[in-house]
Structures are given as C-alpha cells and as structure tokens.
Write a protein that binds this ligand. Structure first.
Ligand code: NI
Length: 399
C-alpha cells in the first residue's frame, strides 16, 4: 500500500465526506434489526465507490469486498450500524429527526469511518495485497445481536483475521487502547417473576406480599458478588427494574424484577447463575410465594487474540506515537464482536472520542451523547494500519 503520508493525505481529503455521512446517519437513525434504510443507503454508497456489494440473508447486513491486484490474505474490518431507543436531547443541526430513536453509541460514526476505508481501498486496488472485506453489521445493541446472522451468512469464509473499533468517549480524543485476552464482559439478562397473594392493605395476614418478597430478593442477590465470587474476579449483578403493585392500600400479588449479570469467564458466570436460581427459589419459598427466573445468556466475552493485541501495540505506537497508546482496563459493557473472535483471530480496539471542547462529555447511551468526529480519522488510520501490517507480515503465506 501507499506510505503512511499518502494514506493520511487521502483519508484527510475524504474526511469532510465522513463527517457528512456520519451526520446524515445521525439524523436518520434506525433501531436494531430495523436498519432497512440505513443498509440500503450504505449499499448505495459502496456501489458508488466501485466495491463489490452483497447483502446478508435475513437481515440488514452489508458486505463490501475489495479484491487487490496482488496476492495476500483476506482481512475483515467490521462496523455496526444500529441506533438505540433513546430520545435525542441535543440541539445541534444534525440531531436525530426520529422521535425516540438516536445514535447514542457512535455506530453512525463507525459506519461513516468504514465507508471512508471502503473508498480508500477501492481507489488503491492496484497496490492492495489480498482481499479486504468490510462488514456493516446490524443490531449490535440487541441480543441475540446481528453478528451471528452475519457469520451464518458466511461473511467469515476464508477470512484470516478481523479487526473492529469502538469510538469511546470515556477515552480522550487522540488516545487508542485495547488489551490482550478478555476485554469486554458477557452481558446476561435476568427476568424474575414473583407471584404472591394480593389482598387488602389493612389485612396483610391474609396476603403474600409480592413487594416484600421482591425487596428481600433484591437484597439477597447482592450477596452473590460480595460473598460467593472471588474478590479478584470482576463480576456484576444489578437489578435495574422493580415493578409491583398499583396503589397504596392494596397488597401486590405480583412483582417483576429485571437485571443484568456481567462476567469475564464461564466459571464465574455459571456460579452466579446457580446462586441466582437458589436465591430466587428459596427467598420466594421462605415467604410462601413462588418465583420464576428466566436467565438469558447474552454475548460471549470479547477475547482478543494475544498476537493481534501485540500487533495493535506495535502498530499504534509506530503510527500514533507512544503517548497515544494505552492498555485498556476491562470494560463491563458487552459487544457481539465476541462472536467473530470465537471463530477467527482478531482484535477489538477503542479509539478515544471524548472532548470537552466539542461537548463530547457524555457516556455512551446518554441522550446527549456526542463524539469528537476527528476520532473517525484516527479509527480509519488504525484499522488500515492493522490490516496492512498483517498483510505485509503474511503475504508470503499466500504466494
Ligand atoms: Ni456501541
């Protein structure tokens, strides 16, 4: 491929378009599994760049293939394209035009970045070693996620390695980070339905109070992490919603609790699940109520390949400078990029997008979420640098 200076210059020239694309998507967000317009628009852009475009079956995935004129490996780069059910509270000109739907996680910028990369590769086919497959994945935000559908459609066939980036406002603009091994948690969902016996608020002795049972359960569940899990092992059990009752003078018959479990390994995960089952059943029994637990497994843990994480540290230091590169902490959020990493080696990376000067101070999924758009350029450079480093290190294998 070209020199770093040439790559930078080309991406810089295309940067105003990336900003426009991102803002267009930001104005027109679509929810997970409903990315009809978004995927059609992406496919149209890709066709304009001269990419080979395919749509995945039974979903809104889009795959752009760029075949180089030289032999070499097949390298996949992935962006996610979906938005969230959140009302946009920003007042800027590119705020969401869809009530209750918003790109509050930066997937609009991931998509725009990947379009920039697609255009770059299309224009540099003559120098390209091997094939670059750019994945535009729907439904990252909603289990079971869009990654599995992409994989089932065969997007990883013959792929040697995969890279993905999340722009990340908790990290300042200019900083990039990842870590070897486990990086992001597996986010499981829990749904607990308690049934007591409703009745008159003034005659509690004739009832089984679902509010009381629910309260006891929420308290008891907090002992799982504090008493049953090794303190050196990161884990979370959170109850996020508690719904029971309708008025003050009636004892509630039912109570519904929903929550999330976050872990980094299977042993901890199954231990938490087993304790949840015990506590839910026995707390209900103790009060004369019944309860059912619906434990839904979320995405697996994101686990980076150690060789590819090492490549990140080398490539990023060389490309962005020593001071820009950090080792990431473990992140308790989940990502369905984990499914790709279960199939083939690869690396998921964070690119800093936080900046007070442009109001990018809110966490992901916040109604005022925004990011420093220049992080798209950093992300494009990083992904191309990773891919081309892999290609030059592995080109001989293919010849
Ligand atoms: Ni996200």
């Amino acid at each position: 491929m070209g020199t770093n200076e040439e790559i930078d210059a080309m991406l810089q020239t295309g940067y105003p378009d990336m900003v426009q694309w991102r803002r267009y998507l930001h104005r027109h967000p679509e929810l997970s599994f409903h990315e009809k317009e978004t995927s059609g628009w992406i496919a149209g852009q890709l066709a304009d760049f001269g990419c080979e475009v395919a749509r995945t079956e039974g979903g809104y995935g889009v795959v752009a293939t760029i075949k180089g004129e030289r032999p070499g490996p097949v390298i996949a780069l992935r962006a996610d394209i979906d938005a969230l059910p959140i009302q946009d509270e920003k007042s800027c000109e590119y705020a969401s035009t869809v009530p209750g739907v918003m790109h509050a996680c930066g997937h609009d910028a991931h998509t725009a970045t990947m379009l920039g990369i697609a255009r770059y590769y299309s224009a540099n086919r003559a120098l390209l070693q091997g094939e670059r497959r750019l994945l535009f994945q729907p439904a990252e935000e909603l289990t079971p996620g869009g990654a599995l559908g992409m994989i089932r459609s065969g997007v990883l066939a013959d792929v040697d390695v995969i890279y993905g980036v999340h722009l990340w406002t908790p990290l300042p603009y200019g900083v990039v980070a990842t870590r070897s091994g486990p990086l992001m948690a597996s986010p499981d969902e829990i749904y607990i339905d308690i049934t007591g016996r409703g009745g008159h608020g003034g005659m509690p002795h004739e009832t089984v109070d679902a509010v009381l049972v629910g309260s006891a359960m929420v308290q008891a569940l907090q002992t799982i992490v504090s008493r049953n899990i090794n303190p050196l092992e990161p884990a979370v059990v959170s109850i996020g919603s508690f719904h029971a009752g309708s008025t003050g003078n009636v004892v509630a018959e039912r109570c519904r609790l929903t929550g999330t479990v976050r872990t980094f390994n299977e042993e901890t995960r199954s231990r938490i699940k087993a304790r949840l089952e015990q506590i839910v059943k026995q707390t209900a029994e103790m009060h004369g109520a019944t309860a059912e637990l619906d434990y839904r497994f979320g995405y697996p843990t994101v686990v980076n390949d150690s060789e590819e994480a090492e490549r990140f540290f080398e490539v990023a230091r060389r490309r962005m400078g020593e001071e820009a590169v950090r080792e990431s902490t473990l992140i308790m959020a989940g990502e369905d990029f984990s499914y790709y990493l279960k199939e083939i080696p690869g690396c998921f990376m964070f690119v800093g997008a936080g900046n007070e000067e442009c109001g990018a101070v809110y966490p992901h999924h916040h109604p005022k979420f925004d990011l420093d758009e220049r992080s798209m350029l950093v992300s494009a450079k990083l992904m191309i640098a990773m891919a081309e480093d892999y290609a030059s290190a592995n080109v001989s294998k293919q010849e």
